[in-house]
Design a protein around this ligand. Structure first.
Ligand SMILES: [Ca+2]
Ligand SMILES: [Ca+2]
Length: 231
């Protein structure tokens, strides 16, 4: 959203100016106090970085909790240890659910979030439990810019027969089976509305390993400046 971008820019610049006088705020509360106080005194463009402990601005309300439009008071920050989205394009499953992107489930069971295996943080997404001949699909449809989709996957399954397969717009891009530890996968994406699909499927018999697959840290080629997309 444009308003967010403008305010974020102002805040970033502000904090750089302030940094020569006092340390960068390291909590959401400190950052909010610093920025609000400064903006009331002397609003102007600034240029700096937030302390790593402060991740981003979250909401825009005035001192009465009303939505802000046109003024810059009451800016809130999100602390870096928040479970909120670190940026508009990454799904890390740290919400411990599928609410951050418009995920859909299909097949014989739903994918789940799990702490059992993860590439980073505390959670990843794990294929649902399925029987022989079964399949479970996790799918998301997003408006993309030209770029790459990058994610991490791990598989523990019957080699060749029980597989994790990744599709873009229904076209298979790669498939993994057997014992595959966490590794990055990356595929080019053309601009436009794209459907990304991860399917774990089993053949007629035999299960090996943990009989499942995991994905984590998916970077989608979406335009973060327009996030979240209009309803
Ligand atoms: Ca994660
Ligand atoms: Ca099998």
């Amino acid at each position: 959203m444009k308003r967010k971008s403008i305010i974020l820019t102002a805040v970033l610049v502000l904090l750089q100016l302030c940094s020569s006088l006092w340390a960068l705020p390291t909590t959401a509360y400190e950052a909010g106090m610093a920025v609000v106080g400064w903006l009331k005194g002397n609003p102007q463009p600034l240029d700096t970085a937030l302390a790593p402990e402060v991740m981003r601005i979250e909401t825009f309300t005035n001192n009465y909790g009303e939505p802000v439009s046109g003024n810059r008071w009451g800016i809130d920050f999100v602390a870096a240890n928040s479970s909120s989205r670190p940026n508009g394009s990454v799904e890390d499953f740290e919400t411990n659910n599928f609410s951050e992107f418009p995920w859909e489930h299909e097949g014989d069971s739903h994918w789940t979030t799990t702490t059992w295996e993860k590439h980073s943080g505390n959670y990843s997404a794990q294929a649902g439990t399925i029987e022989d001949y079964g399949s479970t699909t996790l799918r998301v449809r997003l408006d993309c810019i030209s770029g790459n989709i990058t994610f991490y996957r791990k598989v523990s399954s019957e080699s060749i027969s029980d597989c994790l397969t990744f599709y873009i717009d229904g076209v298979e891009k790669d498939t993994w089976s057997g014992d595959e530890d966490w590794a990055e996968a990356s595929f080019p994406v053309a601009a436009g509305t794209r459907t990304f699909e991860w399917t774990y499927s089993k053949d007629y018999s035999v299960a090996e390993g943990d009989d499942t697959a995991w994905i984590d840290d998916i970077a989608f080629p979406v335009d973060c400046s327009n996030w979240p997309p209009p309803p």
